[in-house]
Design a protein around this ligand. Structure first.
Ligand code: NAD
Length: 519
């Protein structure tokens, strides 16, 4: 509650001259370098997931406001794209320092709106910060190619050039990291950017915009609108927007990929997941069980790379009782409370959905080894808490296996052999992440080569690549051709221009027209 009071009085979370329409602070739009109050008549309440108290309101931006935002991006593109790459680099060098200096402030805003623990919220910011740091290497990353003397006096070279206005549509589960996957990479390449944060957690994005402005990004280079379907459709349809980065559920991501692509835009769509941890009987037991528990229940399971499914191979199935014991030690509490391991889910609807998926497993014959559905958190009785839950005897047809649960629930399957485990993972439609736990190099090698998943960990439970690589989810977890951040991120946000030039000496001038193809 102290945190709520502090944040309500923080200019940064609800920035710039708030003209409240009710007693709650309003989230501003960020248009042409100004934090402006929306004229919308359509607003949503933002709740603290630990208490369900309303802490702020967010507008569904009007068509005029969205048009003003995209116009501002278009105008700013003319000068930003022509600004020296060294100047753009300097903006992001200053930006990374401002994010570092304000990491605790950013984390607080995440915890109050999203619910995750403060320590985990700092991790959310930190992993986004790494992408900003990486974007500062733009002077190397954007280099083109050259091939001299492809014929006499003729050279060919390429430039990587920005696309124009790009847009990002973000989910609720990483309020800092995912917006930071988007606009820094896009902008450092010379694009201008229209961001639509998740309407459930917009506060952190507003802080990020404020720091970007403080870092020297010119007005109009980043604009922020808020909204739901209308805002998403606006982004998919507006002809000035050349590329869309989306992260979120399959339902939204597939729709945005189709609608945006039909309108001729580049779209990259990172979507849902069902990540399997394959536990071999030769694995280091202590390490493996601790890693499984951390990766299944951290952030209350609301991570696209949560290790939400375990496949115990052979004798490893006997480790279940110890897995349950370790999980029981996790503490469920509001994210700002000392010692909290698991915070609340984002909404009462999310909690009800998770509980009904747990029940569906039991109805279909699975076994409940640990039940978090009736957890009570003292002082936070109205929060959206679900305690850590483990369901065993799960089979691939069960709904708790086929659907992404996105809560603190570990479903456990068993396999007799490594081959059986691999075919189980490959039969699942998602391809975001997976991990194998083993002490045998040949087993690990076989798994990494044969498993059809875009990001694989060997004794690493959440193998999210650092930004010098790219985030390479595959199959049902991704649509598009170029992934987020790393070299692929630069490719996504740039187009190539190839120049072929000939500078002949005076005496080599053509004497007559050449009408045949040169051979
Ligand atoms: P979501 O799809 O509900 O929302 C994401 C964004 O899409 C929001 O900005 C929202 O306003 C918009 N949106 C929501 N429903 C829409 C619809 N029907 N049509 C058009 N737009 C819509 O996702 P969420 O609940 O905020 O986030 C959780 C999901 O995101 C999970 O499925 C998770 O796996 C996924 N996720 C994936 C990655 C990844 O990199 N693969 C990372 C984080 C989260």
């Amino acid at each position: 509650r102290l945190l709520i009071r502090q944040l309500k009085h923080s200019k940064l979370v609800f920035p710039i001259g708030s003209k409240c329409l009710s007693s709650q602070p309003t989230t501003k739009l960020f248009i042409d370098g100004k934090f402006v109050e929306s004229k919308s008549s359509d607003w949503l309440d933002i709740h603290n997931p630990a208490t369900n108290e309303v802490i702020a309101r967010v507008p569904m931006a009007t068509q005029e406001e969205m048009l003003a935002a995209v116009d501002s991006c278009s105008k700013a593109f003319d000068s930003w794209s022509q600004t020296s790459i060294l100047v753009r680099q300097q903006v992001f060098l200053r930006y990374q320092q401002l994010i570092k200096d304000n990491i605790k402030e950013l984390a607080k805003s995440i915890t109050i709106e999203q619910g995750k623990t403060l320590a985990d919220a700092e991790g959310d910011v930190f992993r986004g910060l790494q992408v900003v740091e990486h974007s500062c290497s733009v002077t190397s990353l954007m280099l083109g190619e050259t091939l001299p003397s492809i014929t006499k006096d003729m050279d060919t070279y390429t430039y990587r050039l920005p696309l124009g206005v790009c847009a990002g549509i973000a989910p609720f589960n990483f309020p800092a990291m995912i917006p930071l996957w988007m606009f820094p990479m896009g902008m450092v390449c010379g694009n201008t950017y229209l961001l639509k944060p998740s309407e459930r957690v917009p506060g952190c994005a507003m802080l990020l915009a404020k720091f970007l402005q403080d870092a020297g990004a010119p007005d109009g280079t980043l604009n922020i609108i808020h909204g739901q379907h209308d805002a998403v459709n606006f982004i998919c349809d507006n002809p000035s927007i050349k590329a869309i980065s989306f992260v979120g559920s399959n339902q939204a991501g597939e729709y945005i990929y189709e609608r945006g692509s039909k309108n001729g835009k580049r779209v990259q769509s990172n979507m849902g997941a069902k990540n399997h941890g394959v536990v071999m009987p030769d694995a280091n037991k202590e390490n493996t069980l601790n890693q499984l528990v951390g990766a299944a229940f951290g952030a209350a399971g609301q991570r696209c790379m949560a290790l939400s499914t375990a496949i115990l191979v052979g004798e490893a199935r006997n480790w279940l009782p110890e897995l349950v014991e370790r999980t029981k030690a996790l503490r469920v509490n509001a994210g700002d409370q000392p010692g909290a391991d698991i915070g609340p889910l984002i909404s009462p609807q999310a909690r009800d959905r998770v509980c009904s998926l747990i029940q569906s497993g039991l109805d279909e014959g699975a076994k409940l080894l640990l039940d978090g559905r009736n957890v009570k958190v003292k002082g936070y009785e109205n929060g959206n808490f679900v305690g850590p839950t483990i369901i065993s005897n799960v089979t691939p047809e069960m709904k708790c296996y086929t659907e992404e649960i996105f809560g603190p629930v570990l479903v456990v399957l068993e396999a007799d052999t490594l081959n059986d485990a691999i075919s189980m993972v490959n039969s699942n439609p998602y391809g975001n992440g997976t991990a194998i736990f083993t002490t045998n190099g040949a087993t690990a090698r076989k798994y990494t080569h044969e498993v059809d998943v875009g990001q694989v960990g060997v004794n690493v439970p959440i193998p999210v690549p650092l930004p010098m690589f790219s985030f390479t989810g595959s199959r049902g977890s991704f649509r598009g051709d170029m992934n987020f951040y790393g070299k692929q991120g630069i490719q996504f946000y740039t187009q190539i221009k190839t120049v072929t030039s000939q500078w002949k000496a005076e005496d080599a001038t053509l004497k007559s027209p050449a009408v045949t193809m040169p051979t």
